[in-house]
Write a protein that binds this ligand. Structure first.
Ligand code: UT7
Length: 320
């Protein structure tokens, strides 16, 4: 049995408002706010890597929970924008934080990453392989955003969120689901770039390309169905859920989910207004906002569901 015993987040200092884009592309604040709900997003400093943001989120987790992390046995980083593919970002955290004996993997599941990470951590713990797992969702999307593409560049932001999942006396993970519509893979993807690094050929991440409308329709059509499925799998009713935290892709997507489920927006935390779409960091950033207001408290029932590039989704219900 397992539970989340520590939680922390990080957002870079630099705040970018919508007017910034008026200089770059043909757009305006009114369009961005009305179509997405986004008012600002954070951008990593030039020398700030995804692994640096991970470390900051873990430091915040330690400060929030008073936990030590030296005894973490496994680190899972969920990202689409790693420092590089090898060594993986989890190994960077292991090294930077001096976590002596941890297995390290990165998983690439785009905006569903953080929930997939929690599912894997739960599986490791409940099978008895490990007792303490660190899951970090972190993105430097500003590095893989095409700032000439007005349909996508206004969306993305940078940030990180971290959770410790540990063995516990009571099961706090109440249900899970996941799935993929690979047919729609070409509607949201990352290009590759062949670069020369230190005189040698290297493949690095290119830029995000997406067909926003298709992703929008897929999310609005499928996520409410998957939320209902998660609730039923847990043997609960929607009324039993204190908060539903979908990936914060676009405020209109969250409003559509709210309407479909007849579930009030006040109980659907979001991070998209202040942070933009931060992919695998968006769910932790949304939860952090509620924790700091005192609305999400220990013992509450929180449903999380991430969705994005794949197109893939992953959900879980936890007793916080
Ligand atoms: O994390 C998961 C990854 N992605 C997503 O979740 C994205 C989901 N999709 C979306 O959020 C929305 O589809 C967008 C915000 C990307 C676009 O909103 P939309 O309401 O679907 O707009 P649209 O693509 O249908 O475009 C409407 C109009 C078009 O002009 P015309 O053809 O009607 O003349 C676009 O060219 O808006 C135009 N447009 C813009 N106008 C001003 C597109 N981007 C912009 C812009 N500023 N930045």
């Amino acid at each position: 049995m397992s539970k989340i015993t520590g939680f922390g987040t990080y957002a870079p200092e630099k705040i970018v408002d919508n007017h910034y884009f008026e200089e770059l592309i043909d757009t305006n604040d009114e369009w961005i706010v009305s179509r997405t709900g986004i008012k600002t997003r954070r951008m990593a400093a030039e020398d700030e890597l995804t692994s640096d943001m991970c470390v900051k989120a873990v430091e915040n987790l330690m400060a929030n929970s008073g936990q030590e992390i030296k005894d973490v046995e496994f680190i899972i980083v969920c990202t689409t924008s790693p420092d590089q593919t090898m060594p993986n970002t989890a190994s960077r955290i292991q090294n930077k934080m001096g976590i002596e004996n941890a297995g390290c993997i990165d998983i690439y599941a785009a905006c569903a990453g953080f929930v997939y990470g929690l599912q894997i951590a739960h599986g490791f713990i409940n099978s008895g392989i490990y007792k303490k797992v660190l899951v970090v969702g972190a993105e430097a999307l500003s590095r893989i955003t095409d700032y000439t593409d007005r349909t996508s560049c206004i969306l993305f932001g940078d940030g990180a969120g971290a959770a410790i999942v540990e063995a516990s006396e009571e099961e706090h993970f109440l249900s899970f689901n996941s799935g993929t519509d690979g047919d729609l893979g070409h509607d949201l993807y990352l290009t590759r770039q062949n670069n020369i690094i230190n005189g040698k050929e290297a493949v690095t991440n290119g830029k995000i390309l997406q067909n926003g409308r298709t992703v929008f329709k897929w999310a609005v059509g499928s996520i409410p169905v998957k939320v209902r499925e998660l609730v039923a799998k847990a043997g609960l009713e929607l009324d039993d859920i204190d908060f539903i935290v979908p990936h914060s892709a676009n405020l209109r997507i969250l409003e559509a989910i709210s309407k479909d489920l007849n579930f009030p927006m006040e109980k659907i935390p979001e991070s998209v207004t202040d942070h933009g779409n931060t992919s695998s960091a968006s769910i932790p950033l949304a939860i952090e906002k509620e924790i700091s207001k005192g609305t999400i408290k220990r013992g509450m029932i929180v449903l999380m569901i991430g969705f994005g590039g794949g197109l893939t989704f992953a959900g879980t219900i936890v007793k916080w």
